[in-house]
Design a protein. Structure first.
Length: 88
C-alpha cells in the first residue's frame, strides 16, 4: 500500500492593507469604525491572543509645519478561532 503524506495546511496570509487619504476628515470617527469592524468580525490581537483593546502594535502621529497631521498605525490581528474557523 502506498504511503500518503499529508502536508500540514499552510495558513492563509491576508494582504497588508494601506489606507492613504489626503484631505480633511474625522480621524477619530474613522478609527472607531475600523476598531469596531475588527471586533464585530471576530478579529483579535495577534500578540495577546484576544485582548482586543491592545490591537494596536504601533502608532505614530506627525505634525507638519502647516499643522497638518499624519497618523501611521499598525494593527496586527488574526481571525478568532471558532467551531467554524479552525487552524491545525
Amino acid at each position: 500500500m502506498a504511503e500518503v503524506k499529508k502536508e500540514p495546511p499552510t495558513p492563509f496570509a491576508y494582504p497588508k492593507v494601506k489606507i492613504k487619504f489626503k484631505d480633511v476628515f474625522n480621524f477619530k470617527e474613522f478609527y472607531v469604525v475600523m476598531y469596531s469592524w475588527l471586533k464585530s468580525n471576530q478579529w483579535i490581537d495577534k500578540t495577546t491572543g484576544g485582548q482586543v483593546e491592545f490591537m494596536e502594535e504601533f502608532h505614530l502621529e506627525k505634525t507638519g509645519a502647516t499643522g497638518a497631521k499624519e497618523h501611521i498605525i499598525y494593527w496586527e490581528v488574526e481571525k478568532k478561532r471558532t467551531d467554524y474557523i479552525k487552524f491545525s
